[in-house]
Design a protein around this ligand. Structure first.
Ligand code: SAM
Length: 246
């Protein structure tokens, strides 16, 4: 992984303004609760109770902390590209081991874990297939979560600019993830999508008007998603998670 990528994610976890850093911490904690809900649901559907779990691209460890609090696995490890993020994750004290890695070769033996989690990472990497293969090498089951951004709303210029600002370089639809999973030698055992709650849509809203817009967006999207879940993926972004097994 080039220096450029590492520098980008190092800057993202090294905000100078303490109140902005705290706000982004709350944003990640909110996201982690939703992501952990997805992990718990998918594992339950597949009847899987892993003892060992690794999160590849664990960021500041917000999701590891949430998974640990819910007792999802008894031993958790994390690997991360950004040194300051890995340091925050380590300081949480929930993982046995959190290490910085090069974003390419996961520093673990084949089958070192029962479950690998790759959450909101594949859209950030130039070679998602290579990273997914690495995940499938270190664990027989891989929990993938991505935003599905190959849709009409997310293709708008301002949305693409926002996605680029936060480092998204891949724009998946469900079929693209299915194809990655298949080529990596995995099979989807369980999957779900989520149009996201009001707390997510309203998080950055500052005025009453913006909060009202977020409320309407939440209601409209949830209603459309309930009625026609697959069709709505062509219109706006939902989060998609799947448990893929060898
Ligand atoms: C949006 S954050 C997701 C963090 C965490 N997985 C979660 O779901 O809350 C994306 C993370 O992927 C990391 N990342 C980017 N490229 C990576 C790569 N090639 N390998 C592993 N992690 C990478 C970034 O440093 C960042 O921490």
């Amino acid at each position: 992984m080039s220096e450029e990528f590492r520098d980008f994610y190092t800057a993202g976890y090294s905000l100078a303004d303490p109140s902005e850093a705290a706000r982004m911490g709350r944003w990640r904690a909110l996201g982690a609760r939703g992501k952990a809900d997805h992990v718990v649901k998918l594992l339950a559907r597949a009847g899987m109770r892993p003892n060992t779990l690794v999160e590849i691209g664990c960021g500041d460890g917000a999701l590891l902390a949430e998974l640990s609090a819910r007792g999802v696995a008894s031993a958790l490890d994390g690997f991360e590209l950004s040194p300051p993020a890995a340091e925050i994750a380590r300081e949480r004290g929930v993982a046995r081991r959190v290490e910085v890695f090069d974003g390419l070769d996961v520093p673990a033996e084949d089958d070192a874990y029962e479950l690998a989690v790759v959450s909101h990472v594949l859209e950030h990497v130039p070679e998602p297939m290579s990273l997914l293969r690495e995940a499938a090498r270190v664990a027989p089951a891989v929990l993938i979560e991505v935003p599905l951004e190959d849709n009409r709303s997310a293709r708008r210029d301002e949305k693409r600019e926002e996605a680029a600002r936060i480092g998204h370089i891949q724009f998946f639809d469900r079929a693209a993830i299915h194809s990655l999973v298949r080529v990596a030698g995995l099979t989807v055992a369980a999957e779900l999508s989520d149009p996201l709650p009001y707390a997510h849509h309203a998080f950055f809203a500052e005025t009453r008007g913006e909060r009202a817009t977020a409320a309407v967006k939440t209601l409209v999207r949830r209603a459309a998603w309930r009625a026609l879940p697959r069709a709505t993926e062509r219109l706006f972004t939902v989060h998609y998670a799947c448990l893929a097994c060898r």
